[in-house]
Structures are given as structure tokens and as C-alpha cells.
Design a protein around this ligand. Sequence first.
Ligand code: GLN
Length: 513
Amino acid sequence: GLCLRHVSSKRRHAATSHQQRRLLNQFISKAPLQDDTPDTQPPFPPFTLAVKDNIATQSLPTTCASSFLNAYHSPFEATIVTQLRSRGACLVGKTNLDEFGMGSHSTHSAFGAVSQTLPNEGGEEYSAGGSSGGSAVAVAAGEADVALGTDTGGSVRLPAAYTGVVGFKPSYGMLSRHGVVPYANSLDTVGLLARGVKEIRELVVGGGLWLEHDPRDPTSLSEAARARCASVRKGYAGVDGGKPEEVLRGLKFGIPLEYNVEELDPRIRDAWAAAAAALQKLGARIVPVSLPTTRHALSAYYIIAPAEASSNLAKYDGVRYGSRASDTDAGSSDAADGGVLYAASRGRSFGSEVQRRILLGAYTLSSEAMDNYFIKAQKIRRLVRRDFDRAFALANPLQGEPEPFDLSDLSEDILMENKLGPVGVDFLLCPTAPTLAPKLEDVVGAEGQSPVNAYVNDVFTVPASLAGLPAVSIPVRVAAEGGHKDVANTAGLQLIGQYWDDARLLAAAGAVM
Ligand code: GLN
């Protein structure tokens, strides 16, 4: 019906504007077109939706790109998918990812790596970013108007940056995670990708998604908490879109100095500076900001996320969940000894990156390492939050009384910043990733990146994740390398807002883009 016609006209249009892109392996399963008729009620027009394959759907399997779940059919649909279907979404397929969301290039998948081929690059394959790489590529290719991803430490924002689309990570607890397979519960969010900010704003703000509490998700903010958060935002409701000058006039953007790292690609640094200058021209104010704990955020993230993952993934034992190793795999006649069966199933069905995370997590949670790793990482997490709270003009609505002053927290940076007084910014502006999309061959296989090098891609995205803050990556063009004038290179710039300031953040992002 309606949806079919819509899909085919959109596709034709997309095919022309993205002709030169050859994009690969972005879907794990595809919906037959006639399958899905959206139950739209006006005012929502139908649109095509791709869903990351760690989000439950009923018409298509949900594999998490893991051999463990390669034939798994969820008995129910994720709330966010239902919510989007009632707003006009027509499911086109389930997208490829790093197994269970663990990775930065969508290469750790039981279904093979996702790749993208940039226009005019002679057919060379580039990383689509991860872990929501399939969703980003589906949107970039015009195969979906909107895609769902999950963002635990940057998995929506990084692929958006690498593929030249918009990626939005909401405030923690805003959008329902019921039906989203957990990776690290205290960090997991569902995010949206689209070619523009407008599509995302229309669903999240205009479509009222951000108001809906889900009783089936224990981390979904209650109605009362939502009301309290909204009341902090009173008087700021004016940022309703409109002309960029109107939206941006008087807004204060902070440039976090610690994000200007040595490893930052100079082309991205230039694009960042150019964006700040453009904002200033449009009437916004630009101020330097210090977020001193930034340099510890990545290490804290890579302790907390694997620790939670090792606990979450314990249920995949080949008995209650997941595919079971055969007796021969178990290598023992007494598979009745559960340990043997579990170990064989887990050793065979989890990929190497997932196994690495489980080992890391099990270690940092062990009694001998707990104090030195897990507990320290939680302290860093609090400091990261405090850095952000100091920078923003708005108070964090979840924060009660300010934390008691602790002498041991005093670093020179903090003293310095106290002297400078509060900066009171509306949003932070920084790059999404330190580099452009790397070549796929440089990040896969034995000669590819070391795990630690892959983790470094997340250096600018994990701070907002640790603090639960909303952040959006928007594409910017960067100068082409070495005289290749027609090479289309895009990078991502990230805007980060105070907790629950998502509506204003999206309005500002729309104006910046
Ligand atoms: N790359 C990060 C990781 O591997 C982020 C993943 C995510 O956000 N799901 O943990």
C-alpha cells in the first residue's frame, strides 16, 4: 500500500544521489517489501527503518551478529520498534554490527565485516565505523530514511562520523531499551541515525518519543522524573527550530581543550575550528572549556563496559540461551558436568573480541583486582560527570546536592578552573573521532589494528556515555588529502548537551548543520 509506493520512490531518489557509493554487507536480514505495512496515523508520514540486529523484531531474527544467536527469533518486539512503527516506520531489514555491540569498525561480526566504498576512491573499502556500522551504511546508501543503533560508548556516533550521516545518542534512560540486547547496562542507549537532523528531531521531539516512559524497562525514567527534568528546562523551550541565526543567537558553545589531542587528524582540527568560526558569525559565543578528567575516561570506560558485559553474557551457556556445542565439541562423555558444556559452547560461539571483553571483565571484577580497577573506574566516572556539570550553564537534573569537597580531588587543572570560575556553556563542540574512516584492510585481520588501537577511536565519544549525556554527531566536509580535490571526505563533529537537554541539542544541531 502506501508504504510500498513511498519506499520505491525514496529508493529511486536515493540511488541517484548516492550512485557512486558501493556499500557492502550492511544487512543481516532483509524484510520482503510487501511484508510490512505501517499502521500510521496522521500526522506521521511513512518512512523506511533499518534496525540494528541487537534490537528485537518479530518478523526477522535477532542475531546480535553472534554465532550464539544465529537462528534466534525473539518472541516479542522491542518497544522502540513498536513506537516507531506506530509513527510510520516500515521495517526494511536488520543491520550488521560488531558482535553484541563490541567494537568500533563493525568487523567483529559472525556475518562478516561491514564496509563502505567512498566515492572516487577507486573501489577501496573503508571502515563503516562500529558497532552500528550496518545501520549507518543503510542510511548513507538511502536504503533507509532512519536507522536504529545502540550507543554504549559511541556506537551510533562513530559510524555516523565515518559514513557522513547524523547519529544521535539520547540522554541515558530517555528512550526505551526493552527488547534491546544488553551490552553494558549502565551505559547502553538506543540511538537514531538519519541523513539529516530533521528526521530525528521529528520523531524524538515532535513525535513525543522522549516523553514516553516504558514500564518494561527498569532504566526508563519515570513520569515523575521526566516532569522534574523538564521543569529544569523551563524558559529554554524557545529553541524550536527556525532560522539558524534565531536558534544560535546567544547560545554559548564550549570548546573542550583536552579534546585537541596530538593524534587528531589536522583536517578534522581545521573543520572543528571552521565550525566554531561559523557559529560565531551566526551570533553564538565560543569559549574554551577544560574537562580535565577526559584523559582518564577511555580507560575507565574499557574497565566498566567489559565488567558489565562479562556479567550480562553469563547467560549464554548453551542451555537456556544460545546455540549448544555438540557432545563431540564438548570433548567429554560427561557433558552432564555443566562446566564442560558451557565452556565448549562459549568457546566455540563467541567471537574473539567478545571473549577478550569477558576475560577483561571477569578479571577486573575479581577480588584481587576489584579495588585497583573497577572501583577506581567508578571514581573516574564520577569525576567525568562533575567536569561536565561544571561546564554547563544548566544544572544536571539528576544531581542532588553538590558533592562534598574532597581535598584528594584537587589537581592543578581543577584549581585553575576554579580560579577561572564557571564557564556556563549551553553545548560542547568537539570532534566525534580523532581520524577519518580508516581503510578496512588496516583494521581487520592479523596485520590490522591491535585491540588497544581500536579502542582509541572511542576517545571522544565515551565521556558523554559515562556521564549519560545526550550527544549528536553531524557530518562536516574536510579538505581532501594531497590534491585529490574530488575525494569526498567527511568527518563528524559532536555536540554534547546537559542531561535531558536533548530537544535543545537537536535544535542546535539542526542549525549548525
Ligand atoms: N567501541 C565501543 C566498544 O567497543 C563502543 C561500543 C558501543 O557503543 N556499543 O565498547
